[in-house]
Design a protein around this ligand. Structure first.
Ligand SMILES: *[C@@H]1O[C@H](CO)[C@@H](O)[C@H](O)[C@H]1NC(C)=O
Ligand SMILES: *[C@@H]1O[C@H](CO)[C@@H](O)[C@H](O)[C@H]1NC(C)=O
Length: 399
């Protein structure tokens, strides 16, 4: 009706809308126009490097690097900015890594660096083909173990996102974040076998204002690892398992570490993981940072070995070097509405530093049960101060 009355106005608005559309859509850079072939064999490293260079340097508002359906074999690549505006990396097909780690020649197979307004999406898969390299991983007994490549890394990337991408069988970690700010991870799927070594799902350092949501992670190491210098994180609707849980740390070995502050984990399910919610620091005075303001809420544990695990005597491969009590201060930790089943008797472990006892740990509505010949679940406390309220299974051990 309104349009009949204002025919002239409506049609001219429509005209403006239609006319302005091509100017706002991104310019598409198709990898195939650069000679890339999705046949699973052709080495597309040069084609991808060139397409990125042209797209990044193109003098317009918004550009999109397009990878269609197909299997694109790709060696190690670095996609570097800054670009002249927003850039999308749109993967419909599969990117296939070299089987041999030496053919990657980089720490990270696909590395994005120094970019603002990057979107990685498209529903496609990055396949790290890690199976053969996992056999080479002997890092638990050899400090000079071969350094295997991470699937995808983001360094110095801001105001950006990755969504709707699958990361498969990485040689080492799946997604690595270093010095990123305002970054959104959603609808991502991360998959590797539970026995694959050091295949952390999402590993983050020196980053801020990150969100991880609607994501499924099954892998051989931490589902999410939050390392030194991370602030303001929101994690919700994440499923983890198999894997080693959502971890802060490990920390405490390195004197240059920075604080971890402001982590919220909500609406998350752990299934068959070795750990659930975990904070791990080494027995060393090297680092004296604070880990604070952590909230874990609405979390289900299904057959998790160690559902709640604050461990300031972290030692994954004994014997570990013990250089003294941890000097890391853990404080302001809320664990609220956490329920399910523990595979071991100690369902709640709060083992803090004697020199720097944990402060202000709040337990609210915990219901973690254990069935075994060793009896029902228990909580274990050491050097921890806090409070408990609501239902409490197992009974808490705070004082
Ligand atoms: C939670 O994440 C899954 C993907 O892992 C998605 O299918 C589901 O829709 C999400 N739920 C909500 C409420 O967003
Ligand atoms: C705790 O969880 C169990 C199932 O795991 C349930 O049977 C029980 O009623 C719950 N207890 C409380 C107090 O909610």
């Amino acid at each position: 009706m309104a349009c009949i009355t204002f025919v002239f106005l409506c049609s001219s608005l429509l005209f403006i809308a239609v006319k302005s559309r091509p100017a706002t859509g991104p310019k598409v850079f198709d990898v195939q126009s650069y000679g890339a072939k999705g046949d699973g064999k052709t080495d597309n490293t040069n084609a991808f490097t060139k397409v990125w260079k042209d797209a990044c340097a193109w003098n317009g508002r918004s550009r999109l690097v397009y990878i269609p359906k197909g299997t694109f074999y790709l060696g190690g690549v670095t996609f570097q900015g800054p670009c002249k505006g927003k850039i999308s990396f749109f993967i419909e097909g599969t990117l296939l890594a070299p089987t041999n780690n030496d053919d990657i020649k980089k720490e990270t197979w696909i590395n994005f660096r120094y970019i603002d307004y990057l979107t990685v999406s498209g529903g496609g898969t990055i396949n790290g083909q890690g199976k053969k390299s996992w056999l080479l991983n002997d890092c638990h007994k050899n400090d000079n173990c071969p350094k295997l490549a991470t699937n995808m890394g983001f360094d110095f990337v801001k105001k950006s996102r990755i969504q709707g991408i699958t990361s498969l069988n990485s040689k080492a970690g799946h997604l690595n974040f270093f010095f990123v700010d305002h970054f959104d991870i959603s609808g991502v799927k991360i998959t590797a076998p539970g026995h694959s070594p050091n295949t952390d799902g999402i590993k983050i350092g020196l980053s801020s204002n990150m969100q991880i949501s609607n994501t499924h992670i099954s892998t051989g190491d931490d589902c999410i690892a939050i390392l030194s210098g991370n602030t303001n994180f929101d994690i919700y609707n994440v499923t983890c398992g198999p894997g080693h849980g959502i971890s802060v740390g490990s920390l405490g070995k390195d004197k240059d570490e920075r604080k971890v502050e402001g982590l919220r984990v909500k609406d998350t399910v752990f299934t068959g993981t070795t750990n659930g919610l975990r904070i791990k620091t080494w027995e060393s005075p090297a680092s004296s940072i604070v880990i604070s303001n952590l909230v874990y809420e609405n979390i289900q544990m299904i057959n998790v070995e160690n559902p709640i695990d604050i461990n300031q005597k972290y030692c994954p491969y004994p014997p570990c070097q013990k250089l003294g009590e941890s000097h890391i201060q853990i404080q302001d930790v809320t664990l609220k509405n956490i329920w399910g089943t523990s595979m071991t008797k100690v369902a709640v472990k709060l083992q803090c530093s004697k020199k720097f006892p944990c402060k202000d740990v709040k337990l609210v509505d915990i219901n973690l049960t254990h069935k075994g010949i060793d009896g029902p679940a228990i909580a274990f406390c050491q050097n921890v101060e806090g409070s408990a309220s609501g239902k409490m299974i197992p009974p808490h051990c705070l004082n």
